[in-house]
Design a protein around this ligand. Structure first.
Ligand SMILES: [Zn+2]
Length: 855
């Protein structure tokens, strides 16, 4: 699965568990003594109706005598349950238990043997974009599915656990004229009385969370050049917007087949653009679902829009091997799916699309931020429920990807690839656990990979290393200043780069204890303990060496520069570096020749703006921004030029944003407003990445007068990309406009998955959240009815921006007495506020002294 632009912004802090802890004695998994070996499912679906009916037939291999059969279902009315064996047949009754398990029994023993279990049922389509959901787009109704992690049970009674892998044979009866598509190719079709009956071929063995189908007025275009047939499906009328993705998909699939040494293992590979989607994309074999704005991009998207789409496609298709073909045995190993798909996404996009320089987006930056909380849990943790799976799921992507990249460097890329191939081959069509993976990797590499990996998977947080001039290195758990948590220890592979006598060299050391000694010459001019920028740790060196390294920045690779900048920010937060020293590094990076290094520095400037700047110091900060960035802006402007590098295309929008939001000079604001006028009249007049930031800058500086123009364009646009561009750029600060917009995003005009967008963005830009809580007081029920359920429990974290005591009090006042489900997230959000507020108090004066030089 892949998270969308909106969801990603919360990565690492996304999701949390419902606070009621499970009773350990409650059964949360089904016994393995009853194995489903096949499931046939027949559904009668009409997108124009809110409910549907179905029946399903399981073949069961019951290995020992049992009293009852467990299956999962939720909110499904089972009207008939029959168990048969040969000519014997008995009617079973269902008893609901914890964790959505239903126990089926007639009070008599079911002796070991082969059975058929048949269930007839009725249920309602969901409307929150999870499970089997109804979706309205441009006035037409559709049905789509999203079954990961535990949503199949909302649609169909199933053995809804990843360890049950079996062939599913779907039959869908739908109104004639609509397109019906699923994981497998169609086997048979017939029509009677206005209804078509579409019988699909049985799938290969799958876990239930990978079942997918869609019904509606769909168009399609063919993907050429793959080893299996494939189409991209879209809502009717949009198949001509697929040029870019149609042209690139086969390259990605072929590159993955080469890496794995194994052809795509299913019968077809269709993509489908889903207009209402809680996530970014989902790797259902044979029918990968995507948000429309990831596929319907026209022929020539540029910059981040293009790079993101290619990354998500690489991620989803990589899951075909890592997830679909070889599946985690249980959700506690979700990282086996997500870390690998994320790591592979980086590998493939770097290889196929070097122009986007995706290696300069460091996943550890996202992971470090989420993983530094004292309340954070390890990637591998006890999982009983969907909420447990979701809690901290962002780290399974970002931290896992970083750790895999670190391990790949440790064992060598060739050994890592051999290990991957042999793991996939060995566990094809089956389940695996982390033990299985490390056994294979260790065998191929001759190194004890599991020993290192487990420190990172089974423990939260990460280390900070202190390396002195003699190479003596000490580790402790990294903590932001003022926070306390138990100390921990890791195995840390260290690639240390250093300069001595004008020569740059590198040395390797595996730190296995609290302390150790890296083989370094005495008094190196500088050392860079994270050569390559692949380490999952923070580091501190002597301040003289630190300044020597800043002076010599051109000797570092771009990726190392970015890692160095991010590390410096972390040192500041831990009070291991002064604000003055930090601003010195940041300022140097702001003037780097490479646009993507500048981009990272701009993110850091923006963070300073978001966390430290209020009415009292806004003018001084604006002088700094204008002094350091105006020349660059004059040079790059807002117009795309024929010879712009992809790196520049990625950096330019952020430069516009930082100048337009925090600067005082008018050039950026005027350019943004002019770009907005053009974009709202004609989508193609401006690159959409630039449009996002131009729209934001313009709304930030508007009194609400342009709001209606934004909304009218949103409502009239037939472009998914333009709609999502406008929705993420609603930064109006006028109070009446804010209320109007909050009402708008929970209305029918906006898809459920985007219903949270108003609160999220206003939280980020308002220094006083009063208006948001006034609105929530009246509308929290309406909001929660609208948005996907997993957002409910994390609402406090959605509102955790706006670093001051007022906003903290408003949040605590609103959520504290409001129900158990918010409390875990409230704890995290309060920690966020406290860390940020303390940082502001601590370093506020130092920032003012730094800014004084721009008077
Ligand atoms: Zn994924």
């Amino acid at each position: 699965m892949h998270n969308s632009r909106a969801v990603l912004a919360l990565a690492g802090m996304l999701f949390c568990t419902s606070a009621v802890l499970a009773d350990d004695s409650a059964i949360f998994r089904l016994p393995q003594s009853i194995q489903p070996t096949e499931q046939a499912i027949e559904l009668k679906l009409d997108p124009s109706q809110p409910d549907y009916s179905g029946r399903t037939l399981f073949k069961l291999d019951i290995k020992e005598d049992v009293e009852q059969i467990g299956i999962y279902q939720i909110d499904i009315e089972m009207t008939s349950i029959t168990l048969s064996s040969g000519s014997d047949s008995r009617v079973l009754e269902a008893t609901e238990a914890d964790y959505d398990i239903n126990w089926l029994s007639d009070g008599n023993t079911i002796v070991a043997g082969q059975y058929e279990l048949s269930i007839e049922f009725n249920a309602k389509l969901s409307t929150d974009s999870l499970g089997m959901h109804s979706s309205k787009f441009e006035g037409k109704k559709y049905i789509f599915t999203q079954f990961e992690s535990m949503y199949a049970r909302r649609a169909i009674p199933t053995f809804d656990e990843p360890s049950f892998k079996l062939p599913y044979q779907l039959t869908i009866i739908a109104p004639e004229g609509l397109t019906v598509v699923s994981n497998a190719p169609v086997a048979k079709e017939s029509t009677t009385d206005g209804w078509q009956r579409v019988e699909f071929m049985p799938t290969k063995p799958l876990s239930s969370y990978l079942i997918a189908y869609a019904v509606g007025p769909l168009d399609r275009a063919e993907i050429k050049g793959m080893s299996v047939p494939g189409y991209i499906y879209t809502p009717v009328g949009h198949a001509d917007e697929l040029g870019f993705v149609l042209g690139e998909t086969a390259n990605i699939v072929n590159a993955l087949e080469d890496y794995f040494g194994l052809d795509y293992p299913f019968r077809k590979l269709d993509f489908i653009a889903v207009p209402e989607f809680a996530f970014g994309a989902m790797e259902n074999p044979g029918l990968i679902t995507y948000r429309t704005d990831l596929l319907m991009l026209g022929d020539n998207p540029t910059g981040r829009t293009a790079a993101d789409a290619l990354s998500v496609i690489a991620h989803e298709v990589a899951h075909i091997w890592y997830g679909d073909l070889v599946t985690m045995a249980w959700w506690n190993d979700l990282w086996l799916n997500e870390s690998f798909a994320s790591w592979m996404e980086g590998k493939i996009t770097s290889q196929l699309y070097p122009q986007y320089e995706s290696e300069l987006r460091l996943p550890q930056e996202r992971a470090f931020a989420g993983d530094q909380r004292t309340s954070v849990k390890p990637i591998r943790k006890t999982v009983r429920s969907e909420a447990d799976t979701n809690e901290g799921a962002g780290l399974a992507y970002s931290k896992g990807e970083t750790v895999l990249r670190m391990l790949e460097h440790y064992v060598g890329a060739d050994a890592w690839q051999r290990g991957t191939r042999s793991y996939i081959k060995k566990f094809s069509w089956r389940n695996a656990t982390e033990k299985d993976l490390w056994a294979v990797m260790s065998e191929e590499s001759g190194l004890d990979v599991g020993k290192i990996a487990r420190d990172y998977l089974n423990q939260p947080g990460y280390a900070i290393l202190d390396i002195d001039k003699n190479g003596v290195v000490t580790q402790k758990r990294y903590l932001a200043y003022g926070l306390e948590a138990p100390d921990l220890q890791w195995h840390i592979p260290l690639n240390v780069k250093y300069k001595k006598d004008d020569k740059i060299q590198e040395t390797f050391y595996l730190l296995s204890d609290k302390m150790g000694t890296v083989d370094l010459p005495n008094n190196a001019e500088w050392i860079m303990p994270d050569s390559g920028g692949n380490g999952y740790f923070r580091w501190k060196i002597d301040i003289d060496q630190f300044y020597a390294l800043v002076d010599d920045l051109d000797e570092l690779e771009n990726r190392e520069k970015i890692a160095f900048l991010d590390n410096s920010d972390a040192l500041l937060a831990a009070r291991e570096l002064s604000l003055e020293d930090y601003m010195f590094v940041m300022n140097k990076m702001l003037h780097d020749p490479h646009p993507l290094v500048v981009l990272r520095a701009l993110e850091k400037v923006k963070l300073v703006g978001d966390q430290f700047i209020g009415p009292e110091n806004a003018e001084a900060f604006a002088r700094f921004i204008d002094a350091e960035l105006s020349d660059r802006f004059a040079e790059v402007g807002v117009e795309t030029k024929a010879d712009d590098s992809d790196a520049l295309l990625q950096m330019r929008p952020r430069l516009l944003r930082v100048l337009g939001q925090y600067g005082a000079a008018s050039a950026a604001r005027n350019a943004a407003a002019e770009a907005v006028d053009r974009y709202l009249d004609s989508e193609d007049s401006i690159d959409s990445n630039l449009a996002v930031e131009a729209l934001r800058v313009t709304s930030l500086n508007d009194d609400g007068g342009r709001y209606q123009k934004y909304i009218d364009t949103y409502l009239n646009s037939t472009s998914a990309d333009q709609q999502s561009t406008i929705l993420v750029a609603m930064y109006f600060r006028d109070l009446e406009t804010i209320k109007t917009h909050l009402d708008f995003v929970i209305s029918d005009a906006v898809p459920a998955g985007d219903g949270i967008s108003g609160l999220r963005y206003f939280s980020a830009i308002l220094s006083d959240h009063t208006v948001l809580y006034e609105w929530l007081e009246k509308n929290i029920d309406g909001l929660e009815a609208k948005i996907p359920g997993f957002w409910h429990a994390v609402l406090p974290q959605v509102l955790a921006d706006g670093c001051n005591d007022t906003n903290r009090s408003l949040m605590v006042g609103f959520f504290e007495g409001r129900g158990e489900k918010y409390q875990v997230s409230l704890g995290k959000a309060v920690e966020e506020f406290d860390t940020c507020i303390a940082r502001r108090k601590r370093d506020g004066d130092a920032l003012m002294s730094f800014l004084a030089q721009y008077d």
